[in-house]
Design a protein around this ligand. Structure first.
Ligand SMILES: [Zn+2]
Length: 79
């Protein structure tokens, strides 16, 4: 992962990181420009899924099937 210094746009070196939650990680980074020397805490967070996790898909299918009537379930299995 390449991070640019918000102050001078030079590359930053990630020194360490800490998991804050399932969807948020905190990075501690130093600007590599000797003239700048900024040190920053940055966040990497989940924005959204472009493909949902398999577990979400499974539970969505289970809920769909649970909501079907007996007749609809028979039709589904027959097709
Ligand atoms: Zn900088």
């Amino acid at each position: 992962m390449r991070i640019l210094c918000p102050a001078c746009k030079y590359t930053m070196k990630i020194l360490t990181s800490k998991q804050i939650s399932n969807e948020l990680r905190e990075l501690f980074a130093d600007c590599e420009s000797p003239a700048c020397g900024a040190r920053a805490v940055m966040h990497v967070s989940l924005s959204h899924y472009t493909r949902p996790p398999e577990s979400n898909f499974q539970s969505m299918l289970e809920n769909l099937v649970k909501g079907l009537s007996k007749e609809e379930k028979k039709k589904l299995l027959a097709s």
